[in-house]
Design a protein around this ligand. Structure first.
Ligand SMILES: [Zn+2]
Ligand SMILES: [Zn+2]
Length: 433
């Protein structure tokens, strides 16, 4: 069977590349993946999966960091013009862009696979050395680019779905293929986890395309990920004439300025690594007016969930104190959140023995874990499954990468689109045979 899975991944390789390039070309940012979601739902439907979308698998109110309503509407209009399956359009529009394919075959474990589908807010490189531009599949959407490989993840997910349908009589239990929106900014996983969709899952796994180390193909898990909280902070003051009556104003910009400096003064913590960053500040309207509003986009991180909590609590105290200093009112909006990743050792051991027995042309490093160094809200799904007694891991799919992730010249070697579906489908079969 493992040989058959390998042959199928080779047979569908060209098709997988075409799917990846199509998604890459029509890159859509978090919560705006209307066209992408319709395409995924259509393909899963054609393959024979039960298709769940939008409110079937998401808690609408647990979506974090949603764009403005007007942006959602304009984006839906664009997706409609570009061609979407009307059967799914109404279900996924307005930021309800999660999709899942379900297949059930009698008794057996319930397994879930996660694939993230969103792009980043970058303007893609248009130089002749950039492969997607040269091959005419670079993004046609302004300020949206697949620069983290999620186009590849989605294509890998759809081909995995196709391979599993080819061997459906040989797998027993329930498969849930989850296509998650808005991973960037760690915004999209929570609403799926909170919906309860994962509560019966015995095994959940995902993988991220990552730069190749030595000539390894796969890491079975990740550590050294950051738990993180993303906050928008808005100080509301009172504007007034800067010379004639400054004493009647309440200066939002001064609250923000004190806040910025003091956030960067949060003490280090001897329990482990922490991070804080104020990424943007927008304040004031005019030179001679006391600034009425000031907005900061900030993030804190900690290498454990506890350390992130320490950073977040400290940051909230500083934000509130900064408002008090200048008598402004502060609004704090949580825009994204992720826990630290905790991969299950015995699940990784199971996958290693599968690889040793049946996928022995793949090269694995001796150690299971490799540092993530960033954050991924897949941790929300993992934690939810683990809290209900299930097992979880988050792997690295290694392939040569041009430039670095989140860069306008990012590109990955497409050979991973053959390896990825083979690994995912083999693990699924191994758990359900
Ligand atoms: Zn990313
Ligand atoms: Zn990513």
């Amino acid at each position: 069977m493992y040989q058959q899975i390998k042959e199928l991944s080779e047979k569908y390789y060209t098709e997988t590349i075409n799917i990846r390039r199509n998604i890459h070309k029509y890159a859509e940012r978090g919560w705006l993946e209307t066209r992408t979601a319709c395409m995924i739902a259509t393909k899963l439907d054609e393959l024979g999966y039960e298709v769940l979308t939008g409110k079937d698998i998401m808690n609408k109110d647990d979506r974090m960091g949603l764009p403005h309503e007007r942006v959602l509407q304009l984006n839906d209009r664009r997706a409609f013009k570009e061609g979407v399956n009307e059967k799914y359009f109404d279900k996924v529009k307005s930021g309800m862009t999660a999709v899942a394919g379900i297949y059930k075959n009698g008794q057996g474990p319930t397994i879930a696979l996660r694939f993230d589908i969103d792009a980043l807010g970058l303007i893609e490189d248009t130089s002749s050395q950039h492969f997607p531009y040269k091959e005419k599949f670079s993004s046609c959407h302004l300020e949206a680019m697949h620069a983290c490989g999620h186009d590849g993840h989605t294509a890998i997910g759809l081909t995995t779905a196709k391979i599993l349908m080819n061997i459906k009589e040989s797998i027993h239990g329930t498969i849930k293929l989850i296509f998650q929106p808005a991973e960037e900014g760690v915004r999209g996983a929570k609403c799926i986890a909170e919906s309860g969709f994962l509560d019966d899952v015995d095994y959940i796994f995902a993988a991220h395309i990552m730069p190749q180390v030595a000539d390894y193909d796969l890491y079975l898990g990740m550590n050294e990920s950051f738990a993180t909280t993303k906050l928008d902070v808005i100080f509301h003051g009172v504007s007034t004439h800067a010379a004639e009556s400054p004493q009647f104003g309440k200066n939002a910009l001064l609250s923000a300025a004190n806040c910025i400096l003091n956030l960067h003064s949060i003490p280090r913590n001897s329990d482990g690594q922490t991070r804080v960053n104020v990424g943007t500040v927008h304040a004031g309207t005019s030179r001679n007016v006391i600034p009425e509003t000031a907005k900061l986009e900030i993030e804190v991180r900690g290498v454990t969930t506890e350390l992130n909590r320490y950073m977040e609590m400290y940051a909230r105290d500083i934000i509130n104190a900064s408002a008090l200093m200048h008598d402004t009112v502060v609004e704090i909006n949580e825009m994204g959140k992720a826990y630290a990743l905790e991969c299950d050792k015995d699940f990784m051991t199971q996958i290693r023995s599968l690889c040793q027995q049946h996928l022995n042309d793949l090269k694995l490093p001796k150690e299971n874990l490799s540092p993530l160094g960033g954050s991924d809200d897949f941790s929300y799904m993992m934690a939810r499954v683990q809290a209900h007694g299930g097992k979880a891991t988050y792997m690295k799919l290694l392939t040569p990468i041009k430039s670095s992730p989140h860069n306008t010249t990012f590109d990955f070697d497409e050979s991973v689109l053959k390896k990825g579906p083979r690994i995912f489908a083999s693990i699924a079969y191994y758990l359900m045979k």
